[in-house]
Design a protein around this ligand. Sequence first.
Ligand code: UT7
Length: 327
Amino acid sequence: MTSLCHARIAGTGSFLPPRRLTNGDMVAMLARRGVETSDQWIVERTGIRARHFADTGVTSSDLALQAAQQALEAAGRRAEELDLIIVATSTPDMVFPSTACILQRKLGVHGCPAFDLQAVCSGFVYALAVADSMVRAGSARCALVVGAEVFSRILDFDDRTTCVLFGDGAGAVVLEASPVPGILASELHADGRHLEILCTPGTVSGGRVLGDPLLKMDGPAVFKLAVGVLESAARAVLAKAGRTEADLDWLVPHQANIRIMHSTARKLRLPADKLVATVAEHGNTSAASVPLALDVAVRSGRIRRGDTVMLEGVGGGFTWGAVLLDY
Ligand code: UT7
């Protein structure tokens, strides 16, 4: 009997809600509130040209469902075959139950473990590493790993330093047990000393929201930390897998700022055309950004079977991590 001691991505999917706001739309929307910004500032500082916002009443689990259905179809799997569901999100549908349980119900299945994982913009990389461990340990054979967010709900539209950066979306992969890798290595980190530089501090208590439930970010502080940890995580995960930068076919980093992505690619001596960058079309979608970018690169035929791919996340917590895989 063949031993299935690795995990490999069998299929990918993604979904952006149809309401698309260009930078021009944001400029006009913010001007009505007396907040000044420009297409030029947003493009030059971030590379973002548009973002998608979910309509009122549309939740993370709705976006997750669309991405999950695509990933299942690409993997040639039915929802009934799933034996694990992990949803990475910082914008869950409700306090509880988890968005993963809501997604499970929307997929029309029941029984398998389902839980949310909260690591903000590193959420998908964390969730993929956890699912990989569970598959390798033999406790799952067909896992759905999703990143889904509705960050538009926690944006302060009077704060131009944050509200132009984020958007809504979802991405998903089906991870299955395999005799060959698959996922080669992962590297996860957190440093709670930096809680304040990226946070949404409000909470629900006694029937009210306590504290400010809108996103706060010290952009330059996050930027500085991000470029450092993305390089160190990349080098660590390559070393763990016994590979070097020269083995990399694709870098799929968290889609927050094109300048951070270019800096990481440069440090890894990766040509710009090996960097998967989709931030222009959807802005920062937090935990959804890495699987969204991965799916776009797979569906467009850029990432092919056998390619060596590095996924990287960084965000609030402070959290960061990398997953290295042979696609
Ligand atoms: O998802 C987790 C990971 N997140 C990230 O990786 C985000 C990391 N940070 C960044 O991407 C960048 O720091 C930002 C894009 C957030 C900001 O870019 P920056 O080059 O660091 O700009 P800054 O914050 O230093 O601001 C420069 C100027 C300021 O004006 P003064 O003080 O120089 O007069 C800001 O007030 O740009 C101004 N500014 C804006 N101007 C027009 C800030 N936001 C805007 C805006 N439109 N939306």
